[in-house]
Design a binder for this molecule. Structure first.
Ligand code: HEC
Ligand code: HEC
Ligand code: HEC
Ligand code: HEC
Ligand code: HEC
Length: 488
């Protein structure tokens, strides 16, 4: 009898602890959530609700063909269709339930989420508006942000407000917001215009470029805050000034802190994702759309070029008692406005490969060479972050990651030093060094897992011509060679 009593007490205790744990995040006094204010939680997007419709990009293209051509082929135009995204979303909905999809769609296809059209992973049956991802009418309907009211009191998880227009007794009026003071005929009878200071600020991008754990509010991607806490923000060089311009203009913004002229802005939104645009170019060619394929290949080339412009490297031999002992490699972030790498730092890989040879070309030492199966060796110096849950175990999935076990990214205009102990045969006089800073979108196994999880209606072979996941391409951002003496 007494024993049974004890079991009961223990059970009740265990249940109440489980209950506490289960609700610990949602009821956190640190991250209070106002669910009335944020009806789409865990997305923090808001909609000034009316019957005024959103319009698909094709509708804008008749009068804004230049912006349409540049945007069509950008990563923004692919944000929903992206097969890597679809694979991860599919896994997320299975692991957490449908609620999490709202968080993802709030950034990857805001209008599709808000209208309730998107029910989970997959493209089947979706309207062009939902399929267009981060489209014209998303950005140009943003009428404000709620960055100071979010649970973290920082921009996060889509904390913007959409107002596509207004309804009056005379009917509906579309209002599009942009950088200019409206001209007389602005909107050509289709829409009215509103000058918007927000569109000339990084805050416009911030809501989506600060990705937080859907419930624990841990910043998994933090490009905006990395930028804000660095030198480019101090000089008013915005996201737009590097990502809405061509490569040459971006270099000028970064090197000289010179703001591009209005006319120099383009709708490329070009970043580092060369893999996605390459895959999509293949799909466009297969579908017979040569114009789109060309624009996607241009995006691919711009991303590779941007990566190759972002960093620099210096090599210093270090001698002890007159004998070569160590190699110091300094990796500098010279042109990324935020940390390098940024955003999905727990998925991207940016690492050093070092090869030292003797005078006959025989390899004396290596570090960071890919394994035959395409994986990166544990000992490679990787400037990434390792995501984890609360247990020091490596994790990738954004619904699991609530902390970083390590965070090795390089701040804007900053550098990191890496030291290598060097061992060589005593008789050697000189060493030939080759050091590479290498980048790829993801580890081979991670890419295989995500593409393997793509929902059934997206046939990778039929759309992209992929029978299997190919070896992920690597971009060499910087390559340095040097010959050094083994003694002083
Ligand atoms: C990610 C947000 C975003 C998306 C998506 C977007 N724009 Fe823009 N757009 C901007 C910003 C920011 C500016 C202001 C750039 C500046 O300061 O010069 C702008 C400027 C403009 C302008 C003013 C002229 C110019 O080019 O500077 C027009 C017109 C325009 N956009 C139309 C479009 C159309 C049409 C689409 C879709 C094909 C589109 N935008 C997609 C953010 C966006
Ligand atoms: C706050 C906005 C936001 C939310 C919420 C969000 N994402 Fe993203 N996501 C982004 C941005 C911005 C990028 C681009 C980062 C980059 O290119 O490094 C991205 C990139 C990705 C990528 C990589 C795509 C590629 O081609 O490399 C995947 C996969 C992804 N997101 C999945 C998800 C899933 C699944 C969810 C929901 C659990 C989610 N995202 C929620 C903004 C968001
Ligand atoms: C019937 C033609 C027409 C259509 C369709 C159209 N626009 Fe415009 N829009 C204009 C004209 C004309 C201007 C003024 C451009 C100028 O003065 O150079 C303009 C200006 C703009 C601006 C700049 C506003 C400013 O003051 O900075 C934005 C942003 C914009 N349009 C967005 C859109 C979006 C988004 C769509 C699709 C949903 C769209 N437009 C569809 C004709 C159109
Ligand atoms: C409504 C949300 C949203 C807004 C607003 C937004 N973005 Fe994005 N952006 C995304 C998402 C989602 C992705 C990633 C899509 C993917 O990889 O599947 C992305 C991708 C990008 C990329 C490409 C990253 C890469 O890996 O190549 C760049 C560059 C970028 N955004 C810049 C901007 C800039 C600059 C602004 C502000 C003018 C902005 N974004 C505003 C959601 C947004
Ligand atoms: C001084 C120029 C500069 C500014 C300012 C800048 N960026 Fe970048 N950005 C780069 C360069 C260079 C890269 C490519 C190297 C890298 O991945 O960091 C990049 C890459 C990115 C990527 C792709 C990362 C990936 O691995 O796919 C995203 C997303 C991005 N930037 C968003 C932003 C946002 C949001 C802002 C503003 C808060 C911003 N950037 C401001 C230069 C800049």
């Amino acid at each position: 009898m007494q024993r049974r009593h004890l079991v009961l007490v223990v059970t009740i205790l265990a249940l109440s602890i489980a209950g506490l744990l289960g609700s610990a995040f949602a009821d956190s006094p640190v991250f209070e959530v106002d669910r009335e204010f944020y009806p789409y939680y865990p997305s923090l997007m808001k909609w000034n609700k009316s019957n005024v419709p959103f319009n698909e990009p094709k509708r804008c293209s008749g009068c804004h063909s230049k912006q349409y051509r540049e945007w069509n082929g950008s990563v923004h135009s692919l944000a929903l269709k992206d097969p890597i995204y679809q694979g991860e979303l599919n896994k997320g909905v299975k692991a957490v339930g449908h609620d999490i999809a709202r968080q993802c769609e709030g950034c990857h296809s805001p209008v599709g989420m808000m209208t309730g059209e998107i029910k989970g992973a997959g493209n089947a049956g979706l309207s062009n508006m939902a399929l267009a991802g981060v489209s014209c009418d998303v950005c140009h309907s943003i009428s404000g942000v709620t960055h100071c009211q979010t649970p973290s009191k920082e921009p996060e998880n889509g904390s913007f407000i959409l107002t596509p227009g207004v309804e009056t007794k005379d009917g509906q009026t579309l209002i599009k917001r942009g950088p200019y003071k409206p001209s007389e005929n602005c909107g050509g009878g289709f829409h009215k215009c509103d000058v918007s200071p927000l569109h000339q600020k990084a805050d416009l991008c911030a809501s989506c470029h600060q990705v937080y754990h859907y419930d624990a509010h841990f910043p998994i991607e933090a490009s905006y805050l990395e930028w804000k806490h660095g030198p480019y923000a101090q000089k008013n060089i915005l996201c737009q000034d590097c990502h809405m311009v061509d490569v040459e203009t971006f270099k000028r913004s970064a090197d000289q802190f010179v703001k591009p002229k209005r006319e120099e802005h383009h709708h490329y939104f070009s970043g580092a994702n060369y893999l996605l645009t390459y895959l999509a170019a293949g799909a466009a060619t297969k579908a017979g759309d040569e114009k789109l394929a060309k624009s996607l290949m241009q995006q691919y080339e711009m991303a590779v070029e941007r990566l190759k412009s972002a960093a620099d490297m210096e090599l210093f031999p270090i001698y002890h008692d007159g004998k070569l002992d160590e190699l110091r490699v300094r990796v500098k972030n010279i042109r990324a406005g935020h940390n390098l790498p940024t955003s999905l730092t727990n998925v991207r890989q940016m690492w050093l490969e070092v090869v030292a040879r003797d005078e006959t070309g025989k390899v004396v030492m290596t570090s960071g060479t890919l394994n035959p199966d395409g994986s990166l060796p544990d000992t490679a110096r990787n400037f990434n972050s390792d995501g984890m849950g609360n247990d020091f175990h490596f994790a990738i999935d954004p619904w699991v990651v609530t902390a970083f076990a390590k965070h090795e990214t390089i701040p804007p205009r900053g550098y990191k030093d890496v030291f290598y102990g060097i061992h060589f045969p005593a008789e050697l006089k000189k060493l030939n060094l080759e050091v590479k800073l290498r980048f790829r979108q993801a580890d081979q196994k991670v890419a295989e897992a995500l593409l393997g999880a793509v929902p059934k209606d997206i046939d990778l072979e039929q759309i992209y011509g992929l029978k299997e996941v190919p070896a992920l391409p690597v971009v060499d951002m910087v390559v340095k060679q040097a010959t050094i003496n083994t003694s002083m």
